[in-house]
Write a protein that binds this ligand. Structure first.
Ligand code: ZN
Ligand code: ZN
Length: 411
């Protein structure tokens, strides 16, 4: 056997934040066999277990064959992760090296958690510093989850990593962008330039329109905890090479807007109106304006290590949009989905990698997928709790205050 040093670098699509059937408001089908099967269809090789402090869920995970910190079920590898809510309502994502370390963290947190045995995403009475210290002691990686959302997120309650994690801030190696932000938002904030950005789905349902709707592609030599850790820290040639996620403007709190009538306001207008709409409703600060408050730069400054960001929505939604139909459960949409995934092997292959020009499906669908790959879609921003809307258009769209989206073809 050749030395592993000569092993070729492999590309691994990873979704590192999901929730199991033991979290609130999740599908009862969030079980390991369904997740493994849906990951294969989606084209994800490494998926988070989520909720690994939950005793019943951990017991199910432990039954799988473990190798180097990952658990194998058919072609899918699972890695131990959990999300916890701290005493300040900030959510943290932890990536944990082993069952015994997950059990140690459970023992540490249990005395200060009322729901750790009942909720897959426990509330714990520790602050960010204490949780980061415990994670570090357990050899786990930790970072802020969906960092920019207006609730339960680091930048909702803190103005900096240091403010949240104190002296542990230099042990934070990643930040999860969340569905409402992308690289062009986060790279306007100078303290984030040294971090790896993760794009994860935070899925509560296992099916391919939710699972890995955001994912990160890494280059590593094998799928193991140590390889993933090196890829997140960007050591020895391991690194993230692509972030994939939905357009942030599609998020329902993208721009500041009234939660009653959905009228949109700029940050300046909102301040002048004391965050009260002309209709009397409350104006909710959008992610875009939160980034405007925190930003050191008007335009993103991408560090050299930052991979491109590809804006995508699930394949069935692109097909429905291209055909001009509402709903993705129609025979026509499902027929094309099956034809494409059957031919190219997975949804990610169809959306990101395959040469689909001669796929033989409806030309409008091919053109729509290519439009997404090239960043030529128009997004009407959401706000105030109302989702944004994606529209196919012929011309590339310049977004407010942001550079045009870098497409894969710029690299
Ligand atoms: Zn969360
Ligand atoms: Zn209003």
């Amino acid at each position: 056997m050749p030395s592993s040093r000569l092993a070729p670098i492999m590309q691994v699509n990873a979704d590192l934040h999901i929730h199991s059937k033991y979290s609130m408001a999740t599908s009862p089908k969030m079980d390991l066999p369904t997740l493994a099967e849906e990951s294969r269809k989606k084209g994800i090789q490494l998926v988070a277990t989520g909720d690994c402090l939950h005793p019943a869920w951990l017991a199910e995970i432990k039954k799988l064959k473990e190798e180097n910190g990952v658990f194998k079920l058919n072609d899918t590898r699972f890695i131990l992760t959990t999300e916890v809510e701290d005493i300040n309502q900030v959510h943290h994502l932890l990536i944990i090296p082993s069952v015994s370390k997950a059990q140690e963290l459970y023992e540490f947190m249990k005395p200060r958690s009322k729901d750790i045995d009942s909720n897959g995403r426990p509330n714990v009475r520790f602050d960010g510093v204490e949780i980061a210290q415990a994670a570090h002691d357990a050899g786990a990686l930790i970072g802020p989850a969906h960092a920019f959302t207006p609730w339960t997120a680091m930048y909702a309650y803190h103005n900096s990593l240091k403010d949240c994690y104190g002296d542990m801030a230099d042990k934070i190696y990643f930040l999860e962008l969340g569905l409402s932000a992308d690289t062009s938002y986060a790279d306007r904030i100078s303290e984030l330039h040294c971090l790896t950005f993760l794009t994860n789905s935070d899925a509560h349902s296992p099916y391919v329109n939710k699972l890995a709707r955001e994912f990160t592609r890494f280059e590593m030599e094998d799928i193991s905890f140590d390889e993933l850790k090196m890829a997140i820290i960007r050591e020895k040639g391991r690194k993230p090479v692509l972030n994939v996620g939905i357009p942030p403007e599609e998020g329902k709190y993208n721009e500041s807007a009234c939660i009653r009538c959905y009228r949109h306001y700029t940050l300046r207008e909102s301040v002048i109106k004391s965050w009260t709409c002309s209709c009397g409703g409350t104006i909710k600060k959008g992610v875009k304006d939160r980034v405007n408050e925190l930003a050191a730069y008007n335009k993103p400054k991408h560090p050299a290590h930052r991979p491109p960001y590809l804006h995508l929505i699930p394949l069935s939604e692109i097909i429905a949009m291209a055909l001009g139909v509402t709903g993705t459960n129609t025979k026509g949409v499902q027929g094309i989905w099956n034809a494409l995934v059957g031919r190219y092997g997975s949804e990610v292959a169809v959306l990101v990698d395959a040469d689909i020009k001669n796929s033989g499906v409806d030309e409008r669908v091919i053109n729509a997928i290519i439009a997404f790959r090239e960043g030529k879609v128009k997004v009407h921003p959401g706000g105030g709790g109302q989702y944004g809307r994606v529209e196919l258009s012929a011309q590339p769209v310049n977004k407010n205050n942001c550079e045009p989206q870098k497409s894969l073809f710029d690299f």
